[in-house]
Design a protein around this ligand. Structure first.
Ligand code: SIN
Length: 526
């Protein structure tokens, strides 16, 4: 058994920023399932939205965040995000993050941070790095900083299997006192900690079409749920409108920043169609653009057209990552139409927390995409998630410092090693992802969601039992899928990213869904 002060699960922006804060108060163990370079953070292309221009700028960022969230944004959380954001970004700059700046041949702006605009932002406020490599740059500079902290130990290629809950603690919900880890060689070990932070990211892999990397299997969310934590707003999955859409190719993200820099969306007839759907055209809210593309795609492929915008800028310099990816398929932004369609991108819901990352179980904290503070409501404003990870990762660290170690060492619910993988784990996962995409995706109705519920119940019979990373991921995906479907079926309205074809209107009162131990309820945020 290993004993530390703080256990952090996940090495994206939220986990690393939290580790940096926690290191001031004790020994920190950061556990990641793969190498530290692999997280949703690292794949973020567009950038980080932040209002660096003073009070009016901050107020405008708050207003845009609230409007995007379709009446479900928790105003206190959003205010914390936009007000504390600039300080966190200045800290990143001090730690060596290189955001893109205007060059010397632009004397009026030389050296100033470049800002771009994305959907539903009223002004350009998105900082970027290496063109479309913002996530990599932020992750790399945080990692450099954290590697220099003596109190932090980084443990890669290690799967967190279950939380250890002391059910004899003073609280009815028990107390999280650590977790069981599985290393790459199949060895199990327990880690005890004063507080555990789940910063393990989202669950895009629950859908067959996703922009997320393979690690995004909802591990932290599923573990917290099994331990009895409340999950909130799990039906709100954001579908990014423009993932690369070529048969056999990955759903690589075609950043919203392309549309921010002037790309059009055109249908199979060559028509620029967004005018028929929203006055904001290509920069309408993400859910509107995603559904518009899905509708147009019934009659043929939909394309991003950057050819005209490409005459005004060097697209290879502005979008080096995307350009390199497209080159592999013989395509060029400035010359070709790029086939796109929506794909699962970001989970607005997650483990219910307050703004300090506290979950419904003492000792357990969550931050970043795994958490749900309500900051995004029903629909996240583009490029708000890197800022979310920084701000709420830092706040969770402050709150965790106040936790004291649970007194009992012997607790229930230990995980035992269980044999070989056996069964068809990949088949199980592929079936789950396919059914979720078909019946619980962008456009939903009761019949489809009930089909999904039945299919998930059938899949339960084939649940992999072994204790391997992949079998664990299969169980986690299944748990997350069940809650998404349950909450989506219960929400008989269309709001933000959740669109019910059988309930296209909005309910009068905007409520949050909460699922706890299989029970669904709707609550007003207090
Ligand atoms: C993008 O670059 O389009 C993604 C940014 C985000 O999801 O916030």
């Amino acid at each position: 058994m290993m004993v530390v002060d703080f256990l952090v699960v996940g090495g994206g922006v939220a986990g690393l920023r939290a580790a940096a804060g926690l290191a001031e108060s004790g020994r920190v163990l950061v556990v990641t399932k793969e190498g530290l370079s692999e997280s949703n953070t690292a794949y973020a292309q567009g950038g980080i939205a932040v209002a660096m221009g003073g009070d009016e700028d901050v107020a405008l960022h708050l207003a845009d965040t609230i409007v995007a969230g379709d009446a479900l944004v928790h105003a206190q959380a959003a205010a914390v995000l936009v007000e504390r954001g600039p300080k966190r970004v200045e800290e990143l700059l001090a730690w060596g993050t290189q955001f893109d700046r205007y060059a010397a041949d632009d004397p009026a702006r030389a050296g100033a941070l470049m800002k771009t605009r994305e959907g539903a932002h009223t002004v350009p406020r998105i900082l970027h790095a290496h063109g479309d490599g913002t996530g990599w740059e932020i992750a790399a500079s945080l990692l450099r900083h954290v590697r220099g902290l003596e109190q932090v130990e980084l443990m890669e290629w290690t799967t967190t299997v279950e939380l250890i809950v002391d059910s004899d603690s003073d609280s009815d919900a028990g107390r999280v006192v650590g977790a069981t880890l599985l290393d790459a060689a199949g060895g199990l070990r327990e880690v005890r900690a004063r507080a555990v932070l789940l910063a393990s990211g989202g669950a895009g892999q629950v859908y067959s079409d996703t922009t997320n990397p393979a690690v995004a299997t909802g591990d932290g969310i599923a573990m917290a749920y099994r331990a009895g934590a409340e999950l909130m707003d799990m039906e709100f999955y954001q579908f990014h409108p423009t993932a690369f859409a070529m048969e056999g190719a990955p759903r690589f993200l075609m950043s919203e920043a392309l549309r921010g820099e002037g790309a059009w969306l055109v249908n199979a007839q060559g028509e620029r169609f967004m005018g028929r759907y929203h006055p904001g055209l290509e920069l309408a809210p993400r859910d509107v653009v995603a559904r518009a593309i899905a509708r147009e795609a019934i009659d043929g492929p939909v394309y991003l057209d950057m050819r005209e915008a490409g005459q005004k800028m060097d697209l290879k310099a502005r979008f080096p990552g995307i350009s390199k990816f497209l080159e592999g398929y013989g395509l060029e932004l400035a010359r070709d139409l790029i086939p796109v369609r929506p794909a699962a991108h970001y989970l607005m819901g997650g483990i219910r927390t307050d703004v300090n990352g506290r979950t419904s179980i003492p000792g357990l904290f969550a931050a970043g995409e795994a958490a749900c503070t309500g900051v995004h409501g029903a629909n996240r404003l583009a490029s708000n998630s890197l800022l979310e990870g920084l701000v709420f990762g830092a706040l969770a660290a402050e709150a965790m410092k106040g936790e004291v170690r649970g007194s009992r060492i012997e607790v229930q619910g230990k995980t035992e090693a269980r044999g070989d993988e056996g069964g068809d784990v990949e088949g199980f996962i592929a079936d789950l992802r396919g059914l979720m995409w078909r019946d619980a995706g962008l456009l939903r109705d009761a019949a489809g969601l009930r089909r999904a519920q039945d299919a998930l119940a059938e899949l339960q019979e084939r649940m992999p039992q072994a204790l391997t990373r992949r079998a664990q991921e299969a169980r986690n995906l299944h748990a997350v899928a069940q809650v998404i479907v349950q909450a989506a079926l219960g929400r008989e309205e269309s709001r933000g990213a959740h669109f019910r074809m059988d309930f296209p209107g909005k309910a009068k009162l905007a409520l949050h869904s909460v699922v706890e131990r299989g029970r669904l309820r709707f609550v007003e945020r207090v």
